[in-house]
Ligand binder design. Sequence first.
Ligand code: SF4
Ligand code: SF4
Ligand code: SF4
Length: 370
Amino acid sequence: MSLYFDLSRCVRAVSKLSECTKCVDICPDSIEIVDNIPSFAKSTGVEASACVGVCPTQAFSLSDFSVTEFFFTFIESKVRLISPKINIPCISLLSVEHLISLALSSDETIIMDLNSYYKESILFGHIIDRIEEANFVLSSFSAKQLETNLDDIIPHTPMEDKDDTSDTLSRRSFLGNASLEGVVKHKKAFDDAVEADDLQRFNLDSSIISKIKEKSLSDKRKILFTTLKYAPKPEKYEVISEEDISFISQKFVDESCTNCQICYRICPTGALSSNGKFSLINFDAMLCVKCHLCHDVCEPNAIELQSGFEIKEFFEPKQRVLAKFNIKRCNECGNNFTYTGGEQACPRCMLEEDEASFLHNNAKLMRGNS
Ligand code: SF4
Ligand code: SF4
Ligand code: SF4
């Protein structure tokens, strides 16, 4: 089973200003950023599956396992244990959205079997964090919770103790043991193994660029939408801290916004949008995947996270207007622009006018000096 990467869905492909490193943070041994794009060896497989669950835009997937199919098959089955030993390659494939949706869709409590993980590993910590986040968010509107089976957790991390040179040594000894007759065949297998371990380069070609422009919502968000539709509404809606929820956000835009149009044009899901005249910024929190791209590209830092996330959004999603602009036609060039007072000319015409007057004054000075 190998790892597949859809570059067109990665927010780093959308803008070089993106600072997203979620996949690298969780799989630092397998994934690194090369030329601003995540990169990993062809041989990388299921051991790196935490990136599948953590990527906000679902840019990663596995060749032979679909998390969406797993979700529906699991819900239809009678089994209520999620375990790498029986039904999933790794629990880290499940995002917080999946975990919440699984708990909400099941009448019986779901048990997460963590007995295959080393207690001190990054992966174990990551899985526990995700389950705790899911349970915390669930507790704000539902009595349902996920349980963990932690009876025989493996106490230390032999993976971390492993000698880093062991892979290299095994490759070196690969040829050392080969007979002369078999050396050509072995050499080919050796080269294939080395090539499989080399980092792959993902390039932005024209087909990817046209796909980047398409706004799309991940399957995990569609699943969450659907399960929330059938979940009973709580009697009162809580507000949870923005820091306690990793997959969705509410935002506001302050007065430093210049209506440069970048955030709503670039938002990969369409959570931020505008109208035909670009006279406002709309925001739909249920479409936001908290990828942070809009913040990374906003030069004046005008777009900000709201400190609390309102659970009401899950049950009564609403598009909000974050900013409104006064759009006028430029008296010089006739193009529409965001009017902020003073002369009715767009920033480009104002700049040209400033430059012309600067040159004119310089010429006057030079004439006076001659
Ligand atoms: S987590 Fe996803 S969006 Fe972020 S850098 Fe990795 S692949 Fe790109
Ligand atoms: S919030 Fe920032 S990126 Fe968005 S339109 Fe305003 S200035 Fe531009
Ligand atoms: S609104 Fe911002 S954080 Fe949310 S999906 Fe769009 S770009 Fe990402």
